[in-house]
Each structure stands twice: as structure tokens, then as C-alpha cells.
Design a protein around this ligand. Structure first.
Ligand SMILES: NC(=O)c1ccc[n+]([C@@H]2O[C@H](COP(=O)([O-])OP(=O)(O)OC[C@H]3O[C@@H](n4cnc5c(N)ncnc54)[C@H](O)[C@@H]3O)[C@@H](O)[C@H]2O)c1
Length: 301
């Protein structure tokens, strides 16, 4: 299949491009940054430029679009820039996908739409699934909630293009397990060892290659994911050396009433929908990917 990946030079995009190519698809990456690998068909273009974007879609005629381009970290840029760039990109890319005859388009959302990290945030239940209400409070989370609405809005204009969103957890690129700094500057060993770091994302994470496999499954099964649908994409366990039923309320006191459901070691987020619809089984956990000598010495229970 001809697949266009926006943001294909990024932390997640590199794995998405490699995974789709390995599965036999003809992949083109479009990004303002050059392609990561010389083997990748890459176009350097700003997708917010109307002329450039039109040229990209006319030239590549994608049958599927994976939209990852954007500002990927909360507070990395001024709020108005984050809100403007992410929401305009989603409208532009998803509309172009439908207009140019793609059968499917899927965009990266984020678990930040749930709105944790405010003193008043209280989950109705845990683990958090896609039916749980969202309550974004910062520009990045709001941009992702708008992207999910944008997907549903554009989906209403087409009966030939299925449009969905995926919410990857804290994305860990392969080299980051070996010690390369993650998007927030610390290493994965530090993030596992210090609960205060992982608690800011409610201990969620996902290996970039596992997330890439979910994007590939969405591309390959356009009729299986109902249009407008959102899929969580997190590792099955929390990023912590043990269950988080007591650890989570230590950092987010309002979770105290519902955290007992996590006593069996499950993650704070449920990705059951992706498993049920597409058979997605994230295979890489921090226990299998982090070098053994970097595991916390005592397992906490
Ligand atoms: N990294 C995570 O933990 C995480 C978690 C959840 C969701 N996401 C989402 O997944 C997507 C990819 O994240 P990432 O970590 O790979 O980010 P990244 O910053 O590594 O990659 C994003 C890419 O988008 C490109 N880009 C930005 N604006 C563009 C434009 N106008 N035109 C063309 N290209 C443009 C950038 O050059 C960059 O290569 C983002 O939408 C992000 O919000 C990431």
C-alpha cells in the first residue's frame, strides 16, 4: 500500500516508517527535517504551507496517511504556537487525505487529553479506557482533544476515508532503552528508578516499535476501526518496579478511591480496544528492554 507518514523523521515516526516498510508498504515520509535513513523516501516540506502540502499529496497519491507531525511535548513551545501548529496541521492533513482519495487516515493524539496533573483531576474509574471523559487543561492536551474532534469532523465529510486517532503513551525509541536521553532529558533507567518522574504521565509508556505496529495494523485494516474511533496505545504494565495501586495515590491523591484496581500490576491505562479490534499485543516492556544491570535492585510491592 502507498502510505504517507507525516513527521516521519521524529522519535515515533522513524519506527513507523521502518515498520511499515518492513511489512512491504511503499512508504513516503514528509517532514520539515530530513529523513532519518537514506533508505527512506523522504520529502522535506512544511505541511502548513498550502502549496507544498498539495504537491506532496498530488505526488504521492497515498492510500493511507499516518499523521504524526507536530509539536510533541507539552510546554516545549509557547502555548499559542502549540495550539495553532497542532490543530492546523491536523485539519490540513486529514482533509487532504480524504480529498486525495486515501482509504484511511490516522492521527497521533495523546493520553494528556485525560487531563491529569491538576490538583482537582479525579478519574471516574481506573484503568482509563477510551470511554473515560477527557478534560484537557494545557495547550498541548487541548490541541490533541481538538485533533480527535477534527478526525470526527473530517470523517463526516467522507464515506470513502476512515479516519481515526491513536493515543500513544510516553514513546520510548529503541536507543533510549540503551541510555540515550528521552524527550524530557532524563534516561529510561532514571525514569523507572524515580517514581516522581514517571508519575507525571501516570506511569504510562510504549516502545516506539510497538506503537508503530499498531499504526501499521490501523493502516492494513481500514474497515476494522470505526471512523472517528480513538485507540489507546500503552504498554500493558506501569513504568514502575511493581504494582502502582499505592504508588499512584502517593503522587495523585485523588486516585485513592479507584487505584485498588491496579493491584495486579496492570497499567493505569487500558489498551484493550486496540487488542480487541486489531489483535495488537505490545510485546516490549521495560523489563525486557532495559539492560538488566539498570533494573531497580529491589522490586517494590
Ligand atoms: N513522544 C511521545 O511520548 C508522544 C506521546 C503521545 C503522542 N505523541 C504524538 O506523536 C507524534 C510524534 O511524536 P514524536 O515524539 O515522534 O515527535 P517528534 O518531535 O520527534 O516528531 C515530530 C515531527 O514532526 C515534524 N513536524 C513538525 N511540524 C511540521 C510541519 N509543519 N510540517 C512537517 N513536519 C513537521 C518535526 O520536524 C518532527 O520530526 C506527535 O504528534 C506527538 O504529539 C508523542
Amino acid at each position: 500500500m502507498r502510505v504517507l507518514v507525516t513527521g516521519g523523521s521524529g522519535r515515533l515516526g522513524r519506527s513507523v516508517v521502518a515498520t511499515l516498510a518492513a511489512r512491504g508498504h511503499h512508504v513516503t515520509s514528509v517532514d520539515t527535517a530530513p529523513p532519518h535513513s537514506a533508505d527512506t523516501d523522504g520529502i522535506v516540506a512544511d505541511l502548513l504551507d498550502d502549496t507544498a502540502r498539495e504537491e506532496v499529496f498530488t505526488r504521492t497519491r497515498p492510500e493511507a496517511v499516518v499523521h504524526l507531525a507536530g509539536i510533541a511535548v507539552p510546554f516545549a513551545r509557547p502555548d499559542l504556537e502549540t495550539l495553532s501548529v497542532n490543530t492546523r496541521l491536523a485539519w490540513a492533513v486529514l482533509s487532504a487525505a480524504a480529498a486525495h482519495g486515501a482509504h484511511s487516515a490516522t492521527a497521533a493524539s495523546s493520553p494528556t487529553v485525560y487531563g491529569y496533573n491538576t490538583p482537582s483531576w479525579k478519574p471516574r474509574y481506573l484503568p482509563l479506557d477510551e470511554d473515560h471523559p477527557v478534560a484537557p487543561w494545557n495547550a498541548y492536551g487541548l490541541s490533541k482533544a481538538i485533533i480527535e474532534d477534527t478526525a470526527r469532523a473530517v470523517a463526516r465529510t467522507t464515506d470513502t476515508c476512515t479516519i481515526s486517532c491513536v493515543r500513544p503513551g510516553y514513546v520510548v525509541a529503541p536507543e533510549e532503552w540503551q541510555g540515550a536521553p528521552t524527550q524530557l532529558g532524563h534516561t529510561m533507567a532514571e525514569r523507572v528508578a524515580d517514581p516522581a518522574l514517571a508519575a507525571t504521565s501516570l506511569f504510562n509508556y510504549v516502545d516506539a516499535r510497538d506503537a508503530a505496529e499498531l499504526f501499521a495494523l490501523v493502516v492494513e485494516n481500514p474497515g476494522t476501526v470505526p471512523t472517528g474511533q480513538v485507540l489507546n496505545a500503552m504498554a500493558p504494565d506501569p513504568l514502575a518496579p511493581g504494582p502502582v495501586d499505592t504508588l499512584l495515590p502517593e503522587h495523585h491523591p485523588t486516585t485513592g478511591e479507584s487505584a485498588h484496581t491496579l493491584a495486579d500490576g496492570r497499567a493505569v491505562f487500558s489498551s484493550e480496544r486496540a487488542r480487541t479490534l486489531l489483535g495488537w499485543e505490545p510485546a516490549r516492556t521495560w523489563r525486557t528492554q532495559l539492560p538488566p544491570e539498570q533494573h531497580p535492585s529491589a522490586e517494590r510491592h
